[in-house]
Design a protein. Structure first.
Length: 164
């Protein structure tokens, strides 16, 4: 909305005043909503869980890269020089957008042996489930599910909506 105003309003003083009003109103609404939040939110619990995983030798990243394909590739580069990595878990920018819209959080995860270009290494099947919904993986292919019924299967190196 503000970008549109900036293109259409020539009086910068008027624009600044309008922007300040909108920002103040939105911020007040956010503070009012916060008053009803529990002391520990789902976001807090997710961050705590990611921290616990990191302490257990799992490379755990929040809001990591833009998408699944970039996340797997970047994770491969990140863990290639590390020793003692038991595995990885992350969620990316598209997952954050989906969660904000009410669609749950998808977690990408796998074994600690990834190639530098993001190929999945060998690994057995594993299953994890949490308040954000179930997540299932099995080495070469993974099924990521938030529990909302819109499951998508993705294999290593896939692109497009199936790899989100």
């Amino acid at each position: 909305m503000i970008e549109t105003w900036a293109d259409e309003v020539e009086d910068r003083e008027l624009l600044d005043e309008a922007v300040r009003g909108v920002v103040a109103e939105e911020f007040a609404g956010h503070l009012a909503a916060q008053a009803g939040w529990p002391a520990v939110t789902d976001n807090d619990r997710l961050s705590l869980a990611m921290g616990e995983l990191a302490m257990a030798g799992i490379v755990a990243r929040e809001h990591y890269t833009c998408c699944m394909s970039c996340g797997i590739a970047e994770m491969g580069r990140e863990i290639s020089g590390l020793s003692g990595v038991r595995g990885y878990v992350f969620y990316h920018g598209q997952d954050v957008e989906r969660a904000v819209a009410g669609g749950g959080v998808y977690l990408a995860f796998g074994p600690g042996e990834l190639g530098g270009e993001g190929e999945r290494g060998p690994g057995g099947g594993f299953r994890g489930e949490g308040s954000a919904g179930p997540a299932v993986g099995s080495g070469e292919r993974s099924l990521r599910c938030c529990g909302a019924g819109g499951c998508r299967s993705s294999g290593a190196g896939t692109t497009g909506s199936a790899s989100r």
